[in-house]
Structures are given as C-alpha cells and as structure tokens.
Ligand binder design. Structure first.
Ligand SMILES: Cc1cc2nc3c(=O)[nH]c(=O)nc-3n(C[C@H](O)[C@H](O)[C@H](O)COP(=O)(O)O)c2cc1C
Ligand code: SF4
Ligand code: SF4
Length: 439
C-alpha cells in the first residue's frame, strides 16, 4: 500500500489525519481513544493562561444545518477554549505523549496578546514533550470579545508580533491557525510568514447564525431566550476552506509555506483534495464529532487505495499537484466549448434539467419528441453552463463534452479552433484594446 507517513514541519505521524483542536481532543480519555482508532495526530483543545479556566454556557452550544436525508452538513458552536485547568491539561498531554510517541501531539494555545503571557506558557507546554504548538488566532466568539482568537487573527500586525514572540521563546515548531473571518486570507498568512511561522493551518470556524427559532424569535442555539453568533464548520465550509488554502499555496509571497488543511474533511477524498491544493496534512473536527473516531479507518484505507490505484507512492506525490491549475478567471480559455449530453439509458425523465435550463439558463433542453416525454439538449442553444449536470438526480446521466477542434459550434456558428485565448486579449476587453499599439 502507498506510504501514508506524514512529515509536517518535522513533526512525524503515521498518517496525515490529525484531529483538530476541539472537543474530540479535550482530554486524555478522548485522545487515547482517538489514537487507538488510528488518528495520526491531535491538536489538543486550546489551552488558556494559568488561573481560573473559562466558563462555558450550561445550555445548548451547537446548532446544525441538515441535508434532505438529515445528514449533517454544517455545525455551529458557541463553545470557548478548554474549560479545564491548564495544569490538568499539561499533565495529561505529557502522559499521552509518553504513551504514544509515534503520534503527533500539538498544543493549541490562546493567551492574551502580551509578550509576558506567551513567554510564560511556552516553557510549560514544551515541558510536556508536545511536538509543536498551534496559535489559535481563529476562535470567532467569546474569546474574540476578550481581545484574543479572531480579534488577533484579523490584524496581520498582531499575528506577526505574536508569532515572533513564539519563535523567540520556544524551539517547538509554530503552526499559526488562521481565521476565515477576513476578506483576504493571504494577508494574515503573509504576516505569519513574516513573523517566522513554520506553517499555517486553516480554517477555523466561520461567523454564523445557523437558524432562527421562530417561536422564540431568537437565534439557535438559544440560551435562556437569547442567542449569539457562533462558529460554522463541517462539510458546508469545505469549499471556503479549499479556496483559502489554494490562495495561500499559489500566492508568490507564501508559496511553499507548509499548510495544515482544515474545514469539512469527512472522507478520504476531501483530504486528497486539500493535499492536492497544497496542504501537507489535514485536520478534522466535525466528522469525528458526527461519526466518531473510527471514521479515520475509512479515511486511511480510502486514501491508500486511491493512491495505489493511481500509482502515487507517497503523500509528496500528490501534495500541491493541483495548485498550478488554479488560476484567475481572466486566464481561462475562452475558446474552449462544451455541450451537455444526456445519456438516454440512464435518464428517468424527471424533467429537472429542463425546468432548470428553461427557467434560469438558456432554454436548451427539449422535453418532448414525437409526442412523447423526452429530454435532449439542443446544441444551438446550449452554452455548456453545467447547471443541468448539477441538478440531475442521476449520477453521470448528464455530462459535459468538450467539442473537438475543427467542429462548428451551432450556437455561435464559429469553428472551434482549439487555440488558447483568454480575456486579456479578447477584443471586447477595453483594457486589451488600450494595450494595442496605436496605428
Ligand atoms: C465545538 C467546537 C469547538 C472548537 N474549539 C476550538 C478550539 O478550542 N480551538 C481551535 O483552534 N479551534 C476550535 N474549533 C475549530 C476546529 O478546530 C476546526 O478548525 C473547525 O471546526 C473546522 O473543521 P471541521 O469542519 O472539520 O469541523 C472548534 C470547533 C468546534 C465544532
Ligand atoms: S449546460 Fe446549461 S445551457 Fe446547456 S443544457 Fe445544461 S443547463 Fe442548459
Ligand atoms: S434531470 Fe437527469 S434524469 Fe431528470 S430528465 Fe434530466 S437528464 Fe433525465
């Protein structure tokens, strides 16, 4: 089987699946069971400074979004960092690391944005034998109101400053965990790099109100009649996380900076996608909270089988392979032409493709032929938008087929040239016109 061993900024683990800092990693009991199930590493639930621990609400702290089959798509939480004492956590971390020397154990940390606070906690963590630290600059609720978490992650200058302190006061590798609650994720990533971080990890949770209780007229989860925004995670956030990972991976200023990919990883395929977009490993929270620790077994076997099938010997063979194929819109090939094709053997005549195309796209799918219900694409109207593919309930029933060079696009009457041409040189682009030499 393919070699799944992972070396992330010098931290070794038997596979690239780490549990993210969250309830699954809150105590030795959980982490021991997670390691038994096969997880390659854990980022321990975020530690706070010494003194009385934070206090969580004693009511509901989660809300969720479901698909039609009640499968959980998005999870929202209003939990804070660990509410157990620092000393207990440190003691347990040390014991767990001793019991499981081959697994990665990372300490997530969030203390006030003061040099003394970071200087004080780092030696305590280092003493546990932890393999590295992750700086929690992402928590979007509760802690951010106290000037920590996302409040730091939204100010690149603060990120750079805290990372610098950490690099100064510890020899452990530093992973900077970024918040997605920001317009351009490249800015905090660049700041972390400038501060000397060994890696970034992303994403933490997204500001969200998951739903409103229409009897109470209050956001869910509702605590004694009031709600607050929480952090959104789970499968629903994966597209946002993938884009942010890719943005950092392809930014010339941060290209090559190790990335731990987080956000909605539920299957081996999700993990492979993060790796392909430049992540060196992945972290998982919601999938473990929804399906339990054993979900890692399928992640490991699925990733290994796929790599074997494709002939990828190790993780390095896939890491970052898709990054060079992520581009800006202006560089997409405008001479590429595709048309939708319906496989009549698979079609169940539900009509969803017709309605979607008729009402909201290009009126390119007929619904009747020879007086019978029949769905077929009309090439002279189809723009190849893919909407019908996305709404069809049958797998692979509609596919988009590229037109071969030399054929005529019936919609435009133009021959498909097969030659690459993008917006930067298109005659309709005023900027391209301005760039043309004067006659
Ligand atoms: C209940 C809950 C508590 C969390 N607590 C922390 C935390 O203490 N520190 C942290 O860095 N991230 C925390 N997170 C965020 C996760 O580590 C992770 O970044 C996020 O959930 C996205 O991954 P996922 O889609 O696999 O859940 C928490 C998430 C949840 C659901
Ligand atoms: S690809 Fe778009 S335009 Fe073509 S048939 Fe499907 S929905 Fe209509
Ligand atoms: S949506 Fe798919 S199954 Fe339904 S009519 Fe169209 S092609 Fe057939």
């Amino acid at each position: 089987m393919a070699d799944l061993r992972n070396n992330f900024v010098g931290i070794k683990s038997p596979n690239p699946f780490w549990l993210a800092s969250a309830p699954p990693t809150d105590k030795a009991y959980n982490v021991e069971r997670a390691f038994k199930a096969g997880w390659g590493g854990v980022v321990w639930k975020t530690l706070g400074e010494e003194g009385p621990p934070v206090v969580n609400v004693n009511g509901p702290r989660y809300g969720a979004i479901y698909g039609a089959d009640r499968r959980l798509l998005g999870l929202n939480n209003i939990e804070l960092i660990t509410d157990r004492s620092l000393q207990i956590n440190l003691r347990e971390m040390k014991q767990v690391k001793m019991n499981w020397p081959d697994r990665a154990l990372i300490a997530s940390i969030m203390v006030p944005c003061e040099e003394e606070a970071w200087k004080a906690i780092l030696p305590l963590v280092e003493e546990t034998g932890a393999d590295g630290i992750e700086l929690n600059f992402g928590c979007p609720h509760g802690m951010s109101e106290r000037g920590m978490g996302a409040a730091v992650g939204q100010v690149p200058e603060y990120i750079e400053m805290v990372v610098r302190w950490c690099k100064q006061y510890t020899r452990m590798p530093v992973i900077t965990k970024l918040t997605p609650n920001i317009t351009d994720v490249r800015k905090p990533a660049r700041a972390a790099k400038a501060g000397g971080t060994d890696a970034v990890s992303l994403i933490n949770t997204i500001n969200s109100i998951v739903s409103v209780d229409l009897d109470l007229f209050a956001p869910n989860p509702t605590v004694a009649g009031k709600g607050t925004h929480g952090g959104y995670c789970g499968p629903a956030v994966k597209p946002i996380a993938l884009n942010m990972v890719a943005e950092i991976a392809r930014d010339p200023q941060t290209h090559g900076l190790p990335i731990s990919g987080i956000g909605g990883v539920t299957t081996w395929r999700d993990a492979a996608e993060f790796l392909a977009l430049g992540a060196g490993n992945v972290q998982v929270c919601t999938a473990a909270m929804t399906y339990g620790f054993k979900i890692v077994e399928e992640m490991i076997s699925g990733l290994g089988n796929w790599m074997d099938d494709k002939g990828h010997a190790n993780l390095e063979a896939i890491t970052g392979r898709a990054v060079r194929n992520v581009t800006d819109w202006q560089y997409l090939d405008l001479n590429y032409v595709a048309k939708a094709r319906i496989n009549q053997d698979l079609c169940i005549s539900c009509g969803r493709c017709h309605i979607a195309c008729e009402d909201t796209s290009h009126q390119a799918i007929m619904k009747e032929k020879d007086g019978k219900r029949h769905f077929e694409v009309m090439d002279d109207e189809c723009v190849g938008c893919n909407l019908c593919v996305n709404v069809c309930p049958v797998d692979d029933c509609i596919t988009l087929e590229a037109m071969a060079p030399g054929t005529v696009d019936e919609r435009t009457g133009r021959i498909v040239t097969g030659e690459y041409a993008n917006w930067t040189t298109h005659p309709n682009n005023p900027a391209a016109k301005a760039a043309e030499p004067a006659e």
